[in-house]
Design a protein around this ligand. Sequence first.
Ligand code: SAH
Length: 337
Amino acid sequence: MTLPEIEAELAALGEAKFRAKQVYEWLGRGVRSFDRMSNLPLSLREKLKESFHLYEPKVLSKQVSQIDGTIKYLWELYDGNAVETVVMSYQHGNTVCVSCQVGCRQGCAFCASTIGGLVRSLNASEILDEVLFSQLDSGKKISNIVLMGIGEPLDNFDNVMRFLELVNDPAGMNIGMRHISLSTCGIIERFDDLADRDLQLTLTVSLHAPDDETRSRLMPANRGRGVDKLMDACKRYYERTGRRISFEYAMIDGVNDTEKHARLLAKRAKSVGAHVNLIPLNHVEEREFKPSTSGHMKAFIKILEDEKVNVTVRRRLGSDVDASCGQLRRKMQKQNS
Ligand code: SAH
């Protein structure tokens, strides 16, 4: 809840306004037991216990990269499910990558998160807790958020919007929308809803292929939608919000990394003024795909640059801690079975 919402709840219980601020501060410090809120009268603590439920996510696993300090958490949720969160340190600050669902129903052929399908969506406070508890546990002040963990944010729209409102709360974590990226596999039916919210966040589209044949093979979400319609939706989003879209493109050996793909990708990116972020594919044990060779990547980048496309290559962080989508949760599932 936001501070004004807690104030309203406490007013309904006949409590003074300043009590709300006390509760809010405890929650922001990660205190998840009313008994430990020592500046509240005992009677109020009892009342709160009757009306509200608090949960503290537990660290099931924490891996710290020896190479670059990236931290990967596996959190246990209230119902025993688990999701991953990654904390990455960059020169411009610390970025947290959060999950928004337990599993995923999008079925991308190269991704580990979707292997067991969707179990359930996270609620807003569970997503918020990923940010808060990662910050508290790591001692690293979080300044940027990417919704690029497990799950599809636009398939959990209401909870993700509520999460954004909470994490943006000036009295709380106060993370600005311009420091938040939301990544989607292309659920275009939701682009207008997102634009309606008029947020200043960055919309990132996982493109991974510029043509329907390749994209539908890699991403079932493309089937029945198609790249042309995706581009129309991107263009419309850009026109409505003035916010430049970013395309994610995981380079897969022999699948989407030919000259033909590069030329079409350049055309697509220019048609919507998008920035292209190339990612060397992370190898996932269960998947047959391999990352592109550095030679192919160089040739690909050159074509994009010659076409004057704004292109960057994502630096790999945490390669020794299973720090890409769904791999840690997957490992735990395999151990349990
Ligand atoms: N469902 C959203 C959010 C997930 S973000 C989306 O599809 O955008 C995770 C990003 O990592 C997506 O761009 C996804 O396509 C990409 N990804 C998944 N598996 C990968 C892998 N093995 N190597 C590189 N990128 C991968």
